[in-house]
Each structure stands twice: as structure tokens, then as C-alpha cells.
Design a protein. Sequence first.
Length: 154
Amino acid sequence: MSPTGQPIEQHPDILDLRARYERAATNPGVQGAEALAILAGLYLAISPWVAGFNQFSTLAVNNLITGIGYTMLMAGFGSAYERTHAMAWAATLIGAWTVVSPWVVAGSVHTTRTIINNCVTGGVATCLGLMVVGVAMSGRGGPHMTSHPRRRTD
């Protein structure tokens, strides 16, 4: 219960915050970025077999796991944006990790094919993650969002 005696779910600030996230999540640009990010994550997961470097088991498993994780994060943004937007940084880091992973994972897996595949896919994943981060940051009271002044309760 809040100090005013009403449930916290009915507090004006909570209701305003939910409305902001709902507006952000229903933006066609955000929905498009989420759809592209899900496709990028799925491609990342299957890329060792599509691009033909599945013989490098360490990089293949890395791409499979990070691709599934990235896809799940981005799919979560679409279904429960107000609860998952803070994880957008994790999706961005997965994209950055994808770029550097051919040089970091065990074994000599940094071939032209793996580098091009992971740099392009990781770059796209990072940019899409940053787009979601930008929307999440603007949802916290950016200039284009309407904001109510704080009410004093004392």
C-alpha cells in the first residue's frame, strides 16, 4: 500500500510509466527493429551451418548459444516491454561479443568466412540493440514523451 492508502499498482507515477512503455512498444519503428533483431538472432544461431564453418565447434556452439539468447531477449521486449527494457544493454553486449568472438573463443577459428559472418551479424545485432536501448532511455522521460510534474505528498 502507498501512503495514500491505494495499491501501488494504481499510483499515478506507475500508471504514467506503464503508458509510456506501451506507447514505445507500439511504435512501428520499434516493432520493426524488434522483428529484424529476432531474425538477426535466429540467423546468428544457425550461421555456422549456413555460412559453412560448423567444423569450428567452439565458434559454432558460441553462435548457437548467443543467437538463442539474443533472440529470446528481443522476443521478450515485444511481449513484456515494461519489464524487459533494462535488458536491452545485454542484447547490445551480445552483438558486440559476436563481433569479437572469432578472435576470442578457443581454437584458431578466425578465418575470412567466420570474421565476415560474425562482424556483419554482430554489427547488425549491436545496432538493433542500441535502437532498443535508445527507446528505453527515451521512455524514462525523454523530450518527446509527455511528463507530469511530480506531486508532493507531504
